[in-house]
Each structure stands twice: as structure tokens, then as C-alpha cells.
Design a protein around this ligand. Structure first.
Ligand code: ZN
Length: 150
């Protein structure tokens, strides 16, 4: 199992057991599917973006490992009410955190609760589980079809 601090682990377990914003979103004006063949994680992300480019609502469905589910749950929670620009900023910060050197502490001021996923970088095979939902959401915003981590 993951050697994360207790607090981080608790948050991840909580989001895995009861994922937030889980289900189909209707109406929605953007959606995309994501697939991580390495682990078998599958996600479908739904978004409702208004005329001011604000993410009014976001939900996800799918089946995957605990990390992919917790990551999608935390992501949807973090993005509701944020603008598309803010999403891009967070995407970059999250990606940097997940791929940074282990010695680097995540920027909690920017990432907030998403920082609990920093521990995945100790397990390189799980990084794609954590970033899958972000790639899927980006592809939904760009209407780019199915996102794959490979
Ligand atoms: Zn996975």
C-alpha cells in the first residue's frame, strides 16, 4: 500500500469510498472519455461550461483503481466554479507535482487538497492513474475525443 502520511491517506480513502460528483451530468456541453491501458482505468468526464468560460458543473463516471477514482473526485471538487483559465493553471500545477522530484514539496497554496496526491510520484506506475482525469477533462474542454495516457 502507499506510504503516505496518515492525513493524505485518509483523504484518498474517503474519496475512493465515496467519490464526489460521481454520475452523469445533464445537461452538459462538453464530455470526453479517458482510458489508462496500463492499469485499466476508464473515466467519462462531463462538464457544463457557461458563456463566461466558467465550469458551472463537472461530474465523472467510470471504473478504475482507488487512485484514479480519488483523483477524479478531488479534481471535480476543486474545479466547480473555476474558469477554464484557472483549470489550465491547476492542470499545470498538478502535473508538475505528480512528475516532480520526490524531494519537492507540493505547492499547497495553489493545489489545496489536491496536494494529497503528491505521494503517487513515489510509484511511477500510478502517476498515470492520478493524471488520467486531468487529461480527460482537458480533452473534454477541447472536444478532443478519447484521452489515453499512452
Ligand atoms: Zn489506476
Amino acid at each position: 500500500m502507499f506510504n503516505l502520511s496518515d492525513l493524505y491517506q485518509q483523504v484518498i480513502i474517503d474519496h475512493t469510498k465515496s467519490p464526489r460528483n460521481f454520475g452523469r451530468l445533464e445537461p452538459c456541453n462538453h464530455d470526453a472519455e479517458g482510458y489508462n491501458p496500463l492499469c485499466g482505468d476508464q473515466l467519462h468526464v462531463y462538464l457544463q461550461i457557461n458563456d463566461s468560460n466558467v465550469i458551472e458543473d463537472v461530474k465523472f463516471e467510470g471504473q478504475g483503481c482507488s487512485i484514479s477514482t480519488a483523483s477524479a473526485s478531488l479534481m471535480t471538487e476543486a474545479l466547480k466554479g473555476k474558469s477554464v483559465d484557472e483549470f489550465e493553471h491547476l492542470f499545470e500545477a498538478f502535473h508538475t507535482m505528480a512528475t516532480a522530484d520526490i524531494s519537492e514539496t507540493p505547492d499547497e497554496a495553489v493545489l489545496g487538497k489536491l496536494a494529497v496526491l503528491a505521494g503517487v510520484k513515489e510509484f511511477p506506475a500510478r502517476i498515470k492513474c492520478a493524471t488520467l482525469c486531468w487529461h480527460t477533462l482537458k480533452s473534454a474542454i477541447e472536444d478532443g475525443g478519447t484521452a489515453r495516457t499512452e
